[in-house]
Design a protein around this ligand. Structure first.
Ligand code: FMN
Length: 105
């Protein structure tokens, strides 16, 4: 039994990414604790590249926004599953902001 956090990376609720996430959750929750964190529910600023997180305890960003809530959820995860729409050959901007702000050293 693992704690699985699913990062759902589409700002469009109920779209293709959420459909995929729902199918994953349906299977995974049979043997695991699963929580979905949708980027549509959080306002996370982009990383500004100051690198001050390298020196901070637990490496959290100095910016005080919804990423503080996301940090708490990710910290409890044994497994992080990432789902994203393709936005110009990459992940969505909302998901990229979370990835950039989540530094594990
Ligand atoms: C800003 C933007 C950029 C996109 N760029 C691509 C792309 O580069 N390649 C692609 O195949 N689809 C691209 N798409 C289409 C989305 O990946 C596709 O519609 C996806 O299923 C949307 O996910 P959603 O339903 O969860 O919002 C783009 C869509 C948007 C809104």
């Amino acid at each position: 039994m693992s704690n699985i956090i699913v990062l759902s990376g589409s700002p469009r609720k109920g779209g293709n990414t959420d459909l995929l996430v729902d199918a994953f959750v349906k299977g995974a929750e049979k043997n695991n604790n699963v929580e979905v964190v949708s980027v549509a529910d959080y306002k996370v600023n982009p990383c500004i590249g100051c690198n001050s997180c390298f020196d901070r305890e637990e490496h959290e960003c100095f910016q005080q926004d919804d990423m503080q809530i996301v940090y708490d959820k990710l910290k409890c995860a044994d497994v992080i599953v990432v789902a994203s729409p393709v936005y110009f050959y990459g992940v969505s901007a909302q998901l990229k902001a979370i990835i950039d702000r989540y530094i594990l050293l």
